[in-house]
Ligand binder design. Structure first.
Ligand SMILES: O=C(CO)[C@@H](O)[C@H](O)COP(=O)(O)O
Length: 222
């Protein structure tokens, strides 16, 4: 069976002075990806729960909140209350990851775990069956507009095999340097959810770009 395709525009590349309209222009998106950076886990500072709560008021599209922060357990409730639907934490930032994943479930949200490019897949072996999604960083986190790291493709293939062995439906999201030119290859490797920041927001018609990215994946289906 063909895997679903979810396109998640990352508002990190949007015009923040015009955020509501920027999000409305992403018609056809499956998720709105929101990058939360604390200036400690990554060298950049971005969005907090107040902005998530404002975004929640203006869109029906589920909010995919990517926490690139230290001590994520201290902020889960705030982001859940603000309207996050998916809460993804970094394995490198959560000391008691199992507890953090349970906290996300208890808040009624969908848990994801993200891995930096240098973090091996074996690090998530034990927690994998508890997750709804694994986010593979295909750039080093912190900034939009970076180049996709080609070694991510093999990592995605191996992760897909690990997920199949669990017999569970767990999404693979890929974040960083995904474009209409490489999305088909990333999909074929086993990903189903694609974050796209500059690839969407640098174009003149966001909705059309989202549609093109989906078509690129569907073109690989048998
Ligand atoms: O998490 C991050 C960057 O750390 C991303 O979500 C970026 O926003 C992706 O941007 P592009 O690579 O697609 O421009």
């Amino acid at each position: 069976m063909n895997k679903p395709v979810r396109i998640a525009p990352s508002i990190l590349s949007a015009d923040f002075a015009n955020l509501g309209n920027e999000i409305h222009a992403c018609q056809g998106a499956d998720l709105i990806h929101i990058d939360v950076m604390d200036g400690h886990f990554v060298p950049n500072i971005t969005i907090g729960p107040l902005v998530v709560s404002s975004v929640k008021k203006i869109t029906q599209t589920p909010l995919d909140v990517h926490l690139m922060i230290q001590r994520p357990e201290e902020y889960l409730e705030a982001f859940a209350t603000a309207g996050a639907d998916i809460l993804t934490v970094h394995i490198e930032a959560a000391t008691h990851l199992h507890r953090v994943v349970q906290q996300i479930r208890d808040l009624g949200k969908s848990p994801g775990v993200s891995l930096n490019p240098a973090t091996p897949l074996c690090a998530i072996e034990e927690i994998l069956p508890e997750l709804d999604m694994v986010l593979i960083m295909s750039v080093n986190p912190g900034f939009g507009g970076q180049k996709f790291i080609p070694a991510s493709l093999d990592k995605i293939r191996r992760l897909r095999a690990m997920i199949e062995a669990t017999g569970k439906e767990i999404s693979i999201e890929v974040d960083g340097g995904v474009t209409p030119a490489n999305i088909a290859e990333v999909y074929k490797a086993g990903a189903d959810t694609f974050v796209a920041g500059s690839a969407v927001f640098s174009t003149s018609n966001y909705s059309l770009t989202i549609q093109q990215m989906r078509i690129e994946c569907q073109g690989t289906q048998s």
